[in-house]
Ligand binder design. Structure first.
Ligand code: CTP
Ligand code: MG
Length: 171
């Protein structure tokens, strides 16, 4: 079980890093240019150009560090062998899912920053898994574990970000 947790975290790390880094970038320019669809914003001020592309870049850079490190890690850990395509698709997928999630939240009339439990934590994971699937398809046990672990990790990291005053709300 421990090794499956480690293997899952190793594989999904670029997506986690890509999803978590926009909050640090303090982007200003909204991805939707302030435009509305109906009475609500298309995406809202929480999705910026800086955050989206910065997040993809930081996730990919982290993945490149993993690719470099993997030759030095013990082979008996059975870690997924990462490559540039995979880490790029995981990072881009995470941000596409995050932006798509905000699009859906706004269509339901949920304001920017308001909590949408599980949805907020899982859209980026679902998109990252689907978009990276041409490069790598994890086994079902890993997928199940990722769906269980991600809300827990997301909740924990958001609380840390909230305590550090990086985020206005602990979600
Ligand atoms: N952020 C960004 N660009 C992104 C994602 C996030 O600039 N693509 C930044 C924004 O400052 C955002 C913060 O990271 O407020 C936290 O991200 P998130 O919780 O995803 O956004 P919310 O503000 O909660 O907005 P939404 O309700 O649309 O999810
Ligand atoms: Mg949020």
């Amino acid at each position: 079980m421990f090794s499956l947790i480690l293997q899952s975290l190793w594989f999904i790390a670029p997506a986690y890093i890509a999803n978590a880094s926009p909050v640090l970038l303090k982007g200003k320019r909204p991805l939707d240019f302030g435009r509305r669809l109906g009475k609500n914003r298309l995406l809202g001020d929480g999705k910026t150009w800086e955050g989206t592309f910065g997040g993809i870049a930081i996730g990919t850079l982290f993945g490149l560090a993993q690719i470099y490190a993997q030759d030095y890690l013990p082979a008996n850990l059975n870690l997924v062998k990462l490559n540039l395509t995979l880490v790029l698709l995981l990072s881009a997928g995470a941000l596409i899912g995050d932006v798509g999630g905000s699009f859906i939240k706004r269509r339901f009339g949920i304001p920017r920053g308001q909590h949408f439990p599980l949805f907020d934590q899982l859209t980026f994971l679902i998109a990252a898994l689907i978009i990276s699937s041409p490069a790598y398809r994890p086994e079902i046990s890993m997928i199940i574990l990722l769906f269980i672990m991600t809300p827990v990790v997301h909740w924990a990291t958001n609380n840390v970000a909230y305590i550090l005053k990086l985020k206005k709300h602990p979600w």
